[in-house]
Write a protein that binds this ligand. Structure first.
Ligand code: ADA
Length: 566
């Protein structure tokens, strides 16, 4: 399933998670592939990453996944994909439905079979770095796995159908939310029954007039007596809509996030974020994480005493967001990016993919109360004036899609940054005591950021440290306690937490440690030089989620600061 709960009870949905036919096609042009001639000589799990299995580890090329399904002639069918890495072409009964590039986001493709019977569904999936997937670049500091990494579902649709639902809190004080329902009607519908259930109780029953084509129903609901959502009390509610013969279910929480001067406010109260950056990767599963790993990641992040997770550096799996909703973890969700520069922004294909990717990111994340901040372009070259138009365009695009959350970006360009006026929160990625300086200088270096000169116009905005951390090779200890030892990572993080959250400064509205778990990184010579084992080793847990000593350092500190039992 693509969510923690079933979103449709009336609509017929088939879940295609399981083992599909598979073929590795190699370094070939997808346009030269005749689907009927593919020799499926292997199998592959869905969801999953083919290059996270021994047979295809470290290999890049075009692949083909195949399954079949019974279909109904003349009826609209919708294939819904979790996320596919990182380019794909969807083909049904030999007919291409379309291509999609850019992993990490859900998308769908429709088809109408001519007659009843069994349809062949083929997905060509490519993990190569090509012009077809401009947002995936080989120098990013994570390994770009390939595959049908999210689930796949087949929805059977009627002439009148629900395409999307969005639930946004408009005023937490009056428990007011806005419901938006996108629908499509192939023929002019007559008076159509609409029923809305709030926590299984009908709160709206009426017949409405709908226009043929696509439209959006908007409704403001005041849910008197409902409890608010917060990290401490993550109250959630179910909303079910039946429109004609179709239905959809969504979960939501009533909460509002805002900035007020240097403060971040959740439901009007000051919020201090304590968290970790988390890559949605695992050595055994690549970027196709099974539910078990989502659950165990949440267990460890909650155990650490976190109230915050930064989803680095791409959109988050809706199943993970469902769990963050339930466990009261605030989440930073960002579009894909890592140190992008003018050469990317001047490529229209990159910008077009970014904007569609942002639309898909918002569509799959907007109703989750846990999502409290949007971001773009991690550590792009925002010190370069020539990059400013891209930042402005993508941030504007995001705000048009959702104006209910702060928008920001994480910078490492510090005092040369030319785009910070576009951000609602100043978010700094810094590694004093790791890439330069020593542990004894961390406090002095952090204070330079906290005292950011007022003329930069940032003194009236919240500021957070969005990345800071040290590497530790699992099990490596030494009398010298130098960099890469587990002892260094412990001392480093002790100093960071004491300085930022120990009362020495109240300038930071949050601290997000880099990072939750060790991950495989890109295998370019440049990246490998600074990444022993070919991994980013700054995790609090290793690549199998086994805690390092620093896990307990952070756990003790965060839990004490949040008044939780040790
Ligand atoms: C940057 C980047 C991270 C990671 C980190 C590091 O801040 O945003 O993805 O590469 O540096 O480990 O150096």
């Amino acid at each position: 399933m693509l969510r923690r709960f079933r979103q449709h009870n009336l609509r017929k949905v088939t879940d295609f998670n399981g083992i599909w036919d598979f073929a590795f096609l190699g370094d070939v042009d997808p346009d030269q592939i005749n689907p009927s001639e593919i020799d499926y000589d292997d199998t592959m799990s869905v969801p999953g990453c083919f290059d996270a299995t021994p047979a295809y580890a470290g290999i890049r090329g075009l692949t083909a996944y195949r399954t079949t399904s019974q279909v109904t002639g003349g009826k609209l069918h919708r294939l819904v994909f979790g996320n596919v890495h990182h380019w794909c072409r969807v083909i049904v009964d030999g007919k291409p439905l379309g291509d999609h590039d850019g992993g990490w986001t859900n998308f769908s493709m429709d088809f109408t079979p001519a007659g009843d019977g069994r349809a062949e569904i083929v997905v060509l999936v490519d993990n190569r770095f090509t012009d077809r997937s401009p947002m995936h670049v080989d120098f990013y500091d994570w390994y770009h796995y390939g595959g049908l990494a999210g689930g796949v579902e087949l929805h059977r649709l009627d002439e009148l159908r629900i395409d999307a639902i969005r639930i946004i809190t408009t005023d937490y004080r009056t428990r007011s939310v806005r419901l938006e329902l996108d629908y499509s009607a192939d023929v002019q519908p007559g008076p159509t029954p609409l029923t809305i259930y709030f926590d299984d109780q009908p709160i709206e029953e009426q017949e409405i007039e709908l226009s043929q084509g696509s439209g959006t129903l908007e409704m403001d609901l005041e849910l008197e007596g409902a409890e608010l959502w917060s990290p401490e009390e993550p109250n959630l509610y179910g909303l079910r809509v039946i429109l004609g013969t179709d239905d959809i279910q969504e979960r939501f929480g009533i909460r509002q996030i805002a900035t007020s001067g240097r403060k971040l406010l959740l439901n009007g109260e000051e919020l201090t974020l304590m968290g970790v950056n988390r890559h949605a990767l695992h050595t055994l599963f690549g970027c196709g994480l099974p539910e078990q790993t989502l659950v165990s990641d949440i267990q460890q992040i909650v155990d650490l005493g976190c109230n915050f997770v930064r989803g680095a550096h791409y959109p988050q799996d809706p199943r993970f967001l469902d769990l963050c909703d339930e466990y009261g973890l605030c989440v930073w969700v960002e579009s894909i990016g890592w140190s992008n520069n003018v050469r990317h922004f001047e490529n229209p294909a990159f910008m077009d993919s970014q904007k569609r990717h942002i639309e898909e990111m918002v569509a799959q994340s907007i109703s989750h109360p846990s999502v409290i901040v949007w971001a773009v372009l991690n550590e792009g070259h925002s010190e370069n004036e020539a990059c400013r138009p891209a930042y402005a365009e993508l941030i504007r695009h995001l705000r048009q899609l959702d104006d209910s959350r702060p928008v920001t970006f994480a910078t490492c360009r510090y005092f040369e940054d030319k785009c910070l006026d576009l951000a609602d929160i100043i978010c700094i990625n810094c590694y004093p005591g790791w890439y330069r300086n020593d542990i004894s200088e961390i406090g002095e270096e952090l204070d330079k950021f906290m005292a950011w000169p007022d003329e930069e116009g940032h003194s009236d905005k919240p500021m957070m440290i969005s990345e800071i951390g040290a590497g530790a090779l699992p099990g490596w200890r030494d009398w010298h306690e130098q960099r890469w030892t587990e002892q260094y990572q412990v001392r480093y993080l002790q100093e960071v937490i004491n300085h930022l959250l120990g009362g020495g400064t109240d300038r930071a509205c949050g601290l997000c440690i880099w990072q939750f778990g060790d991950i495989r990184t890109s295998e370019t010579p440049g990246m490998m030089r600074g990444k022993p084992r070919g991994f980013n080793n700054k995790g609090l847990v290793d690549e199998y989620r086994r805690p390092k000593p620093a896990y307990y350092t952070v756990r003790d500190a965060f839990r004490e600061l949040r008044g939780m039992d040790r």
